[in-house]
Design a protein around this ligand. Structure first.
Ligand code: ZN
Length: 529
């Protein structure tokens, strides 16, 4: 074939170019149509049967869509809801595991990182990395008070900050807010946050408030001192004039069970007094944190070596043990409620309760041997634990409250790794299956609202959280008759099922309970109102 021949377009090429040039009215008007689903728009309004069309990453039409308007999914019998927003995660691992599969496979399309006082140090750098590598869900973050306290106070935490340190801390919050953090978080049972006074938190919360951020807190007590603790939470909201998110609301310890109505009444009173306060919940009766949390914070300050030094001193050790015995006396007198979930140093103990593990490793499950084992674990780098410490009735009472969002408090899960709390695989699906369909604790529309528009409003994710024309096409399509979790405490590594389709910014990330590999997620930077 000569040169001249090659220059001439063939008929087929010509036809293709004409197609590409065809005016929009001849091309399919939409990228994607969900046909005839039960649309639950996230506002709490009753479900309606409607078509939903997506174009250019947005929801383009809710109502009737003519035939042949684009590729279709027959959504009859399925719920079409906004993608779920999980405001309480520890999913910093999204950088290394950008699929975020455990979240997407339970319908979650937006994650808020940085909870419980623990975040990345540099929000701008995190966002830059995520935008460079891409990720499947949308990501926002809080800035952690523990993180910034560690940065500003250099290793010695059991004290108030100096004026200069407090200034540095203010500067760090300011910087994080400028970089797009949605607010400040605290973890007031954790080192080093636990050593801070309310005044310090108010000071820092004011900086976040000035930029329209909110204050999310893992409060100082979720058990014996919960009412004193709530006073502090409310005081921060009032004095810093900031929206408050009470993290993973719960009543831990059998002696505190049955007081959920009282807790909610106090929160309601605070709202009546003008403090804007909402809360989130994971729908399980066990919590998850470090086994080391069973040791008093003052004993752990400075890290494992400092703890070891204190334990080498018989007098200090006796005092620490006595404190632990007093605390555990209120929890039934032993640590049977605490299960070792993930322990790098000794995998054989994973899945065992503290008494079982003490028996296995020390030959005795006496309280002294249980405590000795807890010390040993902490000295060996610590372990993750699951704590069976809540009542089913309290969980249900908290779930019914209209200000309760659904959030899992989980990190990114790696299939098969450790024995993590099942909430990271199942939380949203468990609410939809167990608490909506089976136990009828709340209605379906209301459950969806708590997973979508309520968090979007409070965290100010603009144009998300509703199935509404013009909004970003974050959508979760599930079968209300079959949606359910499969992750169990003794066998956690199972994804939820019943999710026919999950879209993030108009792109399929889950189809028929399997991840597509797409990475359409966006960084959601907070912008002042
Ligand atoms: Zn927490």
């Amino acid at each position: 074939m000569g040169n001249r021949e090659r220059m001439k377009p063939s008929l087929a090429t010509l036809a293709l170019s004409l197609l590409a040039l065809a005016p929009p009215c001849l091309a399919a008007p939409y990228d994607f149509v969900l046909r005839g689903g039960l649309v639950i728009d996230g506002s709490g309004a009753p479900a309606i049967t409607a078509d939903v069309a997506v174009k250019d990453r947005r929801i383009a039409r809710v109502g009737e869509v003519p035939p042949n308007s684009g590729p279709e999914l027959d959504a009859r019998g399925l719920v079409v809801a906004p993608g779920f927003i999980d405001v309480h995660t520890h999913a910093e691992g999204i950088v290394d595991h950008p699929r975020g599969e455990n979240f997407l496979r339970m319908g979650v399309t937006t994650l808020v990182l940085g909870n419980c006082g623990n975040s990345v140090e540099d929000v701008g750098a995190l966002f830059a990395r995520l935008e460079k590598g891409g990720m499947s869900p949308n990501v926002a973050t809080l800035y952690g008070h523990g993180t910034l306290r560690r940065l500003a106070m250099g290793g010695s935490f059991d004290r108030e900050p100096t004026e200069a340190e407090l200034d540095a801390m203010r500067g760090l919050v300011e910087r994080a807010m400028h970089d797009g953090a949605v607010g400040l978080s605290t973890g007031l049972v954790y080192v080093p946050g636990t050593f801070s006074r309310t005044e310090e938190i108010v000071e820092l919360a004011r900086v976040a408030a000035a930029r329209g951020g909110l204050y999310a807190t893992h409060q100082r007590s979720e058990g014996d001192q919960i009412f004193e603790s709530l006073e502090e939470v409310i005081r921060v909201g009032r004095e810093a004039d900031i929206r408050v998110q009470l993290s993973h609301i719960k009543l831990a310890g059998q002696n505190n069970w049955g007081r959920a109505e009282e807790v909610l009444a106090r929160l309601q009173q605070a709202r009546a007094e003008g403090v804007q306060i909402t809360q989130d919940l994971y729908a399980y009766t066990a919590s998850s944190t470090r086994i080391g949390q069973l040791i008093p914070a003052a004993a752990r300050e400075g890290g494992p070596e400092a703890l070891a030094r204190r334990l080498d001193d018989p007098e200090q050790k006796a005092a620490i043990v006595a404190q632990m015995k007093t605390a555990v006396a209120r929890r039934g007198g032993n640590y049977a409620y605490a299960v070792i979930a993930s322990y790098r140093r000794d995998r054989a103990l994973e899945g065992l309760s503290i008494p079982e593990a003490a028996k296995k490793r020390r030959g005795s499950d006496s309280l002294d041997d249980q405590i000795a084992l807890i010390f040993e674990i902490e000295r060996n780098g610590g372990a993750q634990g699951v704590f069976h410490s809540m009542s089913e009735e309290d969980v249900r009472v908290f779930l019914r409250d209209p200000h309760t969002m659904i959030a899992c408090d989980s990190g990114i899960r790696v299939l098969g790794a450790g024995m993590p709390h099942p909430r990271g695989y199942g939380n949203n699906a468990r609410v939809l299956g167990r608490y909506v369909r089976e136990a009828r604790v709340i209605g379906l529309e209301e459950a969806v609202r708590r997973m979508s528009s309520l968090p979007a409003e409070v965290f100010r994710f603009h144009e998300r959280g509703l199935v509404r024309e013009g909004y970003w096409a974050d959508l979760t399509v599930f079968d209300p008759a079959t949606v359910r979790d499969h992750s169990e405490f003794h066998d956690p590594h199972h994804f939820s099922t019943g999710f026919r389709l999950v879209l993030v910014n108009g792109e399929k990330v889950v189809e028929n309970d399997s991840h597509t590999g797409a990475r359409p997620g966006q960084v959601l930077r907070h912008t002042p109102p």
